[in-house]
Ligand binder design. Structure first.
Ligand code: SAH
Length: 413
């Protein structure tokens, strides 16, 4: 008689056929602490040479004594050689596992948001390393950022289809992360049909975004709560939204009662969409645009003696890699100073940064320094991070990247 016992994972089978990757002595500690990355220098390459593996291949990771630590996929070409998908060494990385994880991720978003507009999957934090899925109602935009996820492309499509049967799935496989993994950069419709523009609702405000040629996946859901928080500060005010993209901050500020909003961006396409979004929400007469390099535009506005009550600076990441730190910091500092000079006597500066390598404290210090430099008194009134659809993995500091500091800027005390 065989006794069937229930396991924690319904898809559990024997993974005997999978290749092994053996770690050096004590290198399992971080993984045991909850992290899911295996770096190349942690692998005992004497026993398990990395050259023997295909990018994306699935393996069982073992500690130096041969005890299984979990199931992972690997990419010998990447510094992050392995990413653990399950701590159950018998777990099979399959469509059914992906479906299960997608459902767990979906239930978080459904708890938090009324509209079906959110980051549905945020990689490692949702137990799906290398996968990003942004949802725009019936349409989803997917990034397969690692070789392991790239290999699973068909299963990802099948699992997403099983969970929400979307009208269309777009692969935005043109992220810089893919370059580091040695993967080709492509954008293609993976399933269904694809519209010219995508609709979304955020904090009750409607937006359209370019469906294929937008920034990243088309929208930055991570600032949702910060944009909502700003609403209380803008009634009757003059607002400047720098690096506006399609008006995420600016148009919401106009809807929240700002008198006038100016959106600055270097992209004509982005500013066309600012206008569309202003029209969509009946605030077209309040929202203006200015095309150009943000640094030049801010200097020009200062020369013209323009003043704003509220200024949002939400630039692209200036510190993409550690080695960019010094130059990036200088750019952030310059921007914050330029913005402070444009603020009215009692103004609000929203200074955001999505650079993971810039700690919150460093941004705070930079705002302090900028205030001293332009002889203004700064009061930090609020500090925001990323929304719940970008949950932080407590073992993986890299998953916490977004900062949004709200600073009241007064004449010097
Ligand atoms: N604040 C936006 C997101 C910014 S994305 C939001 O909340 O949705 C970065 C934007 O900065 C892009 O639209 C890009 O076109 C613009 N950009 C990048 N470099 C720039 C520069 N030097 N000057 C002005 N805009 C720039």
């Amino acid at each position: 008689m065989t006794i069937v016992t229930e396991t924690s994972n319904p898809t559990a089978t024997d993974n005997q056929h999978l290749a092994r990757i053996k770690l050096k002595k004590n290198e399992e500690k971080r993984l045991k602490g909850g992290h899911c990355w295996v770096y190349s220098n942690e692998v005992d390459t004497q026993v398990t040479p990395l050259t023997g593996f295909e990018p994306g291949q699935q393996v069982v990771v073992e500690d130096s004594k041969g005890k299984p630590v979990g199931v992972a996929y690997v990419n010998p070409q990447s510094l992050i050689t392995g990413r653990i998908m399950s701590r159950d060494a018998n777990c099979v990385i399959s469509e059914s596992l992906l479906t299960h994880r997608l459902k767990i991720a979906l239930s978080l978003r459904e708890k938090c948001f009324d509209d079906q507009c959110y980051r549905w999957v945020y990689g490692e934090s949702d137990g799906l390393p290398g996968l990003v899925v942004d949802r725009f109602g019936d349409y989803v935009v997917v990034q397969l950022n690692t070789a392991g996820m790239d290999v699973l492309a068909d299963q990802v499509i099948a699992a997403i289809t099983k969970v929400i049967s979307p009208a269309g799935i777009l692969f935005r496989n043109d992220s810089s992360a893919r370059k580091q993994e040695g993967l080709p950069l492509t954008v293609n419709i993976a399933a269904g049909e694809w519209p010219d523009q995508l609709n979304l609702v955020e904090n009750g405000v409607k937006f359209v975004v370019p469906a294929k040629e937008g920034q990243k996946t088309g929208w930055f859901y991570d600032h949702r709560e910060n944009r909502q928080y700003l609403a209380r500060w803008v009634k009757g005010k003059r607002v400047l939204d720098v690096f506006s993209y399609v008006g995420g901050w600016g148009v919401q500020a106009a809807v929240a009662g700002a008198d006038e909003v100016l959106c600055v961006d270097s992209s004509e396409l982005a500013l066309d969409y600012v206008e569309k979004n202003a029209a969509l929400n009946g605030v077209v007469e309040k929202v203006g645009t200015m095309k150009g390099n943000a640094f030049d535009c801010l200097s020009q506005l200062a020369q013209e003696r323009e003043k704003f009550d509220v200024i949002v600076i939400d630039p692209p990441a200036f510190i993409k890699r550690k080695k960019d730190f010094k130059n990036g910091l200088t750019a952030y500092r310059r921007l914050n100073e330029l913005a402070m000079r444009l603020l009215t006597r009692d103004g609000l500066l929203v200074s955001a940064s999505c650079s993971m390598h810039l700690p919150n404290d460093a941004l705070l210090d930079l705002i302090r320094g900028a205030g001293r430099h332009v002889d203004r008194q700064v009061q930090i009134v609020h500090q925001g991070g990323q929304g719940a659809d970008h949950p932080v993995h407590p073992s993986i500091v890299e998953t916490q990247y977004l900062k949004s500091i709200f600073a009241r800027v007064l004449p010097s005390f």
